[in-house]
Design a protein around this ligand. Structure first.
Ligand code: OOG
Ligand code: MG
Length: 272
């Protein structure tokens, strides 16, 4: 589709290129919506175009990330709707190998992460599709100057996705007809877990998984609904980042970040 502003035309492929180049050149850009009046649907097409390009470069989709599922995040970023972005294997951050050198203005936030044991193609009965949960972190890196964006902008920018990592997985054993239940009583109810984000051992942010839409399972239902709207399904083995539990904080080289939920353990990240 073509977009017009004054006498200037653009295509969604060109808008995708602006964001792709911003990331590759490590140079933030101004809002796309300052240039063209794109809406949410167009923004998702721009997002998908850049994912298509990543796949053609050999990257593999490993899951999705939900955005703005907590009021802390909505207030911090000044937006008010749940969105999603797509995660690829190239965004996986291992504990000791997070080089921030390729990023523009990285931030980190604590996340709760679901892992799917089967395909999800409806928002009904999402619980039984989850085979494990973990605490995790997300690294954001908006391609827009100063994280200054509107909802269509941030959607086009793949919800600022840059990286993610998870702590130990806690398997859930699915009981047919009864939804996912904790395996051998080892996994607690995930609806109200205290989570902290620490920088070099000092707590910088703390919150509860309840901050995620009042119940993290709601985030997974939203993911299923967004998938349906886009004609997609959430695939077995995919992970779903349920959405930042607290505000995100700037990430600098040479720091050790830990995200901890007493019941789920710790996800750790060392930056350089
Ligand atoms: C957009 C990403 C939002 C979340 O968890 O709410 C997000 C941003 O804050 O730049 O990942
Ligand atoms: Mg997030």
């Amino acid at each position: 589709m073509r977009w017009k502003q004054g006498e200037v035309f653009t295509t969604e492929a060109e808008l995708a290129s602006i964001l792709e180049q911003a990331a590759l050149n490590r140079t933030a850009v101004g809002k796309l919506t300052d240039l063209f009046p794109i809406d949410v649907q167009a923004a998702y097409r721009v997002q998908r175009e850049n994912i298509r390009r990543r796949r053609s470069r050999g990257e593999r989709i490993v899951g999705v990330k939900m955005g703005f599922t907590s009021t802390a995040k909505m207030a911090q970023m000044g937006v008010d709707d749940v969105i999603w972005g797509i995660l690829t294997d190239a965004m996986t951050m291992s504990e000791d190998a997070c080089d921030l050198g390729g990023l523009i203005q990285p931030k980190v936030e604590p996340e709760l992460v679901f892992r799917l044991g089967r395909r999800v193609d409806s928002a009904d009965d999402v619980e039984s599709a989850v085979d494990a949960v973990a605490v995790g972190f997300e690294i954001l890196d908006s391609r827009f100057e100063g994280y200054n964006f509107t909802l269509p902008d941030v959607i086009a920018d793949n919800a600022s996705a840059a990286g993610f990592g998870t702590g130990p997985w806690h398997e859930l054993s699915a009981v047919p007809g009864a939804g996912a239940v904790p395996g051998a009583g080892a996994v607690p109810d995930i609806s109200d877990l205290s989570v902290t984000l620490s920088v070099n051992g000092e707590v910088a942010q703390s919150g509860s998984t309840k901050a995620i839409l009042g119940d993290p399972w709601e985030s997974l239902r939203s993911a299923a609904r967004l998938a349906t709207q886009s004609g997609l399904a959430l695939e077995p083995g995919w992970i779903v980042l349920a959405g930042g539990i607290t505000e995100a904080i700037p990430l600098t080289p040479g720091t050790r970040i830990t995200v901890t939920a007493a019941e789920l353990g710790t996800a750790e990240l060392r930056t350089r």
